[in-house]
Write a protein that binds this ligand. Sequence first.
Ligand code: ATP
Ligand code: MG
Length: 275
Amino acid sequence: MTSFFELTPSLELENLEVVYHHVATAIQGVSLRVMPGSIVTLLGTNGAGKTTTLRAISGFLGADNAQIVGGRVLFLGQPVTGRRPHELVRRGLVLVPERDKVFETLTVQENLRALVPGWRAWRGADRPRIRLDQVFEYFPLLADRRRQLAGYLSGGERQMLALATALLCRPAVLLVDELSLGLAPAVIERLMILVARLRDELGLAVLLVEQNAGAALAVADYGYVMEHGRIVYDGPRDRLLAHADVREFYLGVGHRAGRKSYTDVKQYRRRRRWF
Ligand SMILES: Nc1ncnc2c1ncn2[C@@H]1O[C@H](COP(=O)(O)OP(=O)(O)OP(=O)(O)O)[C@@H](O)[C@H]1O
Ligand SMILES: [Mg+2]
């Protein structure tokens, strides 16, 4: 019998290093794994390097004058370091970006059609097709608003539309950047439950980048903590939830609970005790 540890990871980073403008190192020696059918969260405060990591994986570094200068990205066991976004999407590695997730001047339905690769791209693809009506089952609200302009959607609805569009690309691995950005706790919880359903019902592997550790760890199987461009700690969900520094600096619980706002926690600069 094949054990969990012998499975090929859906996504693996080996010592990835990215610099901006040929000089500024944004991430260094980043290694992580996302196993099939699991949600892995990458946690970190402002500027830690989370978005840079996702951009490096998904081929979107070029627009920012950034490049991978070391390490490898493996997708389903194959090296794909530095491949272009459209090729990666066709293979099933799909990014839901941090900002500008939807086209505001298009309707919901037009958005859903706009980004999905044409039928030629699917020739030879062995991933099952995800139909529009299936997507509407996950996001019924989008079905009701399909003729409305995406610019009129609420923050939570935009996140849903971005996830729905990504699903239509038949992902094997979904990279999600800050699903919780600017949303109320109840909306965040609904979105996280949806992501967990996508893992459980479609078998997706998900790399979930979040500043909101509480929301991410509610559904993640495993997590990595990133600070100043490096992974400083990782472990299964329960180990992260029990770790004193994760609790104090990322979940805002412990002896300072009640007196610190989340912003205070994010900006906290005292030396951590990761090791
Ligand atoms: N286009 C850019 N040019 C130069 N430096 C950049 C650029 N984008 C990001 N950086 C730098 O790279 C580092 C990592 O930024 P990144 O956006 O990856 O962080 P993040 O963890 O996603 O932060 P946030 O939680 O605020 O989204 C930061 O020091 C940032 O200033
Ligand atoms: Mg970011």
